[in-house]
Ligand binder design. Structure first.
Ligand code: M6R
Length: 608
């Protein structure tokens, strides 16, 4: 998953293309490049590393151009290097940028080699440039060459291409990778994400799979899979600049942690009324569909999967529904049996995660009653392809480590539990109790954020270790998993999570003074059992850091207990997530890692 951007304008586009790449660095940041039409030549600049380095090269070389394409990369085929950076070119004529994966690239490479093309990169993308050139050289137009090339390609792609012989037009194509057109003033743009061009326009056209479009500074034309001219809907989206700047914070992750009280308010806003959840908040007809649901299947990845694991407990307790959960990347490969009246629920911040999208597409061929997505990006593929949806309204999340997206997913999943329960006539009193607690949730999150000073006291002890263990029980086990994921993702400390009762079945062997143990101890019916599990750690010399309800008393030999604010038990997973996010952030800060763009990762994983 990479970010692509293209512009055809009446003004110089170099700077705006690079600014767009900066906004898309969340999609990949191991190398970057640009190709600009300049006096019948192409200025072709590529750098290994972040977009800042490409920017520096641009400042020193000062290319001037009104037409260009650019790319920021997350390596799939071929290591991060200048040779593997996009744009790729063919015969000094065709230049392309690509996001996605070409699955049959080895066969196509073989074919092109036999036709006399030589390859200078290890990527799957370079062949697209050669294939376009191959068809162009046979006398086809660039548009026709793109269609002929598409016929050969298996896989996912968003492509933008320019031809040295044509300084007016850019050709773009989409299949299973996001791509949109931006309507600017005296210019047309294309990008993987509206964020990249949000400063230039608020009018976007989201291309559909199979679409090809031709852009110049004066006009654009979209063609569908069968090369018929088509009109696609124009969406007006206002993405404020403020939402994509760090403001007073050092990192986006830090800003996003502290935005959670407002983000949660935005998720709940307009969706509850009186003492219940409102009808049809997941789309017209959703309340009726929910009456019929007998089983839920969740598919998601990473943090979003952890949100699903918490929600499975809620679906059971509030809506009295059984739930099956799968990693989206595994779901299709286990020949899932679909029970009658099952609802498929996908959860995704970006709405573009390839594994989750593939799982949804697979499920749509099966006998599900309906499909529903919990998503933060209304214009995303998941949102467009699901029958029902709810948007978390968290605002753009830029830090690779998911924070506000997770807690708002939980808030939205709680709304789903309540809506299912309401449609099925289940647990009215419990629903009222939860709605009341949800109304003060944002305040409790605010109070929890004030624990920062206490967390700063324990962060150095964890930052100095190479491993950490997270423990939780029941609905807190997924939160322990989320804490471990956050810590490993941004601080590179190896961290694992276990249900505390499982310790004695193996992991207890790891306990010594080098293994900090971070435990979640809310007030619950199994609090005593959890404390006994923690005693087992203490007895073996382990250092415990416990986030605990004030009612739980523990006498620690080493470590610390941090008391948590009170909250309705069903919502406590949201509250207990907050200190784990702050802890990971502060530990990563001490270790000096690249917090917003941790090594080897990208925000939006659009490859399977
Ligand atoms: O956009 P999605 O929610 O579908 O992304 C899924 C995962 O890639 C994501 O949650 C990942 O695990 C985060 N970087 C974790 O912080």
């Amino acid at each position: 998953m990479c970010g692509i951007i293209a512009a055809a304008s009446n003004r110089n586009v170099g700077k705006l293309l690079v600014q767009g790449l900066h906004k898309m660095e969340y999609r990949g940041y191991d190398s970057a490049g640009i190709a600009l039409h300049q006096n019948n030549q192409i200025a072709h600049l590529r750098t290994l590393g972040k977009v800042k380095l490409l920017e520096e090269k641009m400042i020193s070389e000062k290319p001037k151009s009104k037409l260009g394409i650019a790319h920021t990369r997350w390596a799939t085929h071929g290591e991060p290097s200048e040779e593997n950076a996009h744009p790729h070119k063919s015969n000094e004529r065709v230049y392309i940028v690509h996001n996605g994966i070409i699955e049959n690239y080895l066969d196509l490479k073989e074919f092109l080699k036999k036709e006399g093309y030589s390859f200078s990169s290890q990527t799957d993308s370079e062949l697209i440039a050669h294939m376009l050139e191959y068809f162009l050289a046979k006398g086809n137009s660039m548009l026709d060459s793109m269609y002929l090339t598409k016929e050969k390609l298996d896989g996912a792609y968003a492509i933008a291409a320019i031809d040295k012989e044509d300084d007016k037009n850019i050709i773009i194509a989409r299949n299973k990778s996001p791509l949109l057109i931006g309507i600017g003033t005296d210019e047309f743009l294309a990008a993987s994400d509206p964020l990249a061009i949000a400063q230039l326009t608020n009018e976007f056209i989201f291309l559909e799979d199979g679409d090809v479009a031709e852009l110049s500074s004066e006009e654009f034309t979209i063609y569908d899979q069968s090369k018929n001219k088509v009109e696609r809907e124009i969406s007006q989206i206002d993405i404020s600049n403020q939402a994509t700047s760090k403001g007073e914070y050092k990192h986006f992750m830090e800003k996003e942690i502290y935005e959670q009280p407002d983000a949660i308010l935005n998720t709940i806003d307009g969706r509850v009324g009186g003492d219940d959840v409102l009808d049809n908040i997941f789309g017209i007809g959703s309340s009726e569909i929910f009456e019929k649901v007998k089983r839920i299947q969740i598919v998601a990845c990473g943090t979003s999967l952890h949100a699903g694991r918490v929600a499975a407990n809620w679906f059971s307790a509030i809506a009295e529904l059984p739930t099956q959960i799968d990693y989206a990347s595994e779901y299709r490969y286990r020949n899932p049996h679909v029970d009658e009246d099952s609802l498929l629920v996908t959860i995704s911040q970006s709405g573009e995660t390839a594994d989750t999208l593939a799982a949804l597409r697979y499920a749509k061929e099966k006998d599900y009653l309906s499909t529903l997505t919990i998503c933060n990006v209304p214009t995303s593929s998941l949102a467009r392809e699901s029958d029902y949806s709810i948007f978390t309204n968290a605002g753009p999340e830029i830090g690779v480590a998911s924070t506000k997206a997770f807690t708002t997913q939980l808030a939205a999943l709680m709304l789903l539990s309540l809506a299912l329960a309401k449609s099925r006539g289940k647990n009215p009193k419990l629903r009222t109790r939860v709605i009341t607690a949800m109304r003060s949730l944002s305040d409790t999150v605010n109070e929890t954020l004030k624990l920062k000073d206490k967390i700063l006291e324990i962060a150095p002890a964890i930052a100095s270790k190479d491993n950490a263990l997270f423990l939780g029980r029941g609905i807190f086990y997924p939160i322990a998993k989320e804490g471990a994921l956050k810590l490993k993702e941004i601080s590179y400390i190896h961290a694992e999570a276990y249900p505390a009762g499982e310790l004695k079945h193996g992991p207890l062997a790891l306990i010594d003074e080098e293994m900090p143990v971070i435990a979640l101890a809310p007030e619950s019916e199994i609090a005593e059992k959890l404390v006994s599990n923690l005693e087992e750690v203490k007895a073996r010399g382990g250092t415990l850091y416990v986030f605990a309800d004030p009612s739980i008393t523990m006498d620690l030999k080493s470590g610390q207990v941090i008391n948590m604010p009170k909250c309705d038990f069903l919502l406590t997973p949201i509250i207990y997530t907050i200190p784990l996010q702050i802890l990971s952030y502060e530990v990563a800060l001490l270790r000096g890692t690249d917090i917003d763009q941790p090594r080897n990762l990208a925000k939006s994983v659009t490859v399977e």
